[in-house]
Design a protein around this ligand. Structure first.
Ligand SMILES: [Zn+2]
Length: 203
């Protein structure tokens, strides 16, 4: 069972908490799929029990106990998505989040028993690359990319994790490979330092 914690601390099966995605969320996710090179089915749902947004694979078993197949899911928390979009006022922010989660499936990160798309950092870096790639294909500008980087920073566990820079740099790499035009790579280090300074001056 892939479990998530409820508000009173008990564990429940993640898939018992999911509900249909809103039409608006579905429309955004479809835009991401259309811009992607992803082949296959991803089931797209909402759940108020996931921390932000996540990719997961649900195993189905044969009688002998071996896995017959996986269903791939992207599940978002409506409250999280609402606040990310609201504070950014930028549609590329939710698009970047969904693209990141689709990236986990593009690279088959969750197709093993009880795997959840969280760490190690190499997986996150690959999903970040993919989200940059999709954003470029959707026509994002460098300013949209910077805003998405900022907002994603707030999702990451540790502001100053040594790999944070490599994550940002992979978003930019994907963006460039997806046809993004602009000085994103050149300004990358500056943006990174700026974000770090802004975050650290409150402590
Ligand atoms: Zn991820």
């Amino acid at each position: 069972m892939l479990s998530v914690a409820t508000t009173n601390g008990t564990a429940v099966d993640l898939y018992s908490t999911i509900s249909p995605a809103s039409p608006y969320a579905k429309m955004l996710f479809q835009r991401v799929l259309n811009a992607s090179e992803y082949v296959g089915t991803v089931l797209f749902y909402a759940s108020y029990h996931v921390p932000n947004a996540m990719a997961s694979s649900r195993p189905f078993f044969l009688a002998n106990g071996t896995v017959s197949h996986y269903e791939r899911y992207v599940i978002y928390n409506p409250n999280f998505m609402k606040s990310m979009e609201f504070w950014s006022s930028n549609e590329f922010v939710p698009l970047a989040i969904f693209a990141h989660e689709l990236g986990h499936h593009f690279y088959a990160h969750t197709d093993n028993l009880n795997a959840i798309a969280k760490h190690p950092w190499t997986k996150e870096v690959e999903a970040d690359y993919y989200s940059g790639f999709i954003l470029a294909r959707l026509g994002a500008q460098p300013s949209d990319l910077e805003l998405s980087q900022r907002l994603m920073f707030t999702m990451w566990a540790n502001d100053t994790h040594p790999d944070s820079y490599s994550r940002i740099s992979n978003i930019a790499k994907g963006w460039k490979d997806g046809g993004g035009i602009g000085l994103v790579e050149d300004h990358l280090h500056m943006i990174y330092s700026k974000i770090n300074n802004e975050l650290n001056r409150w402590h």
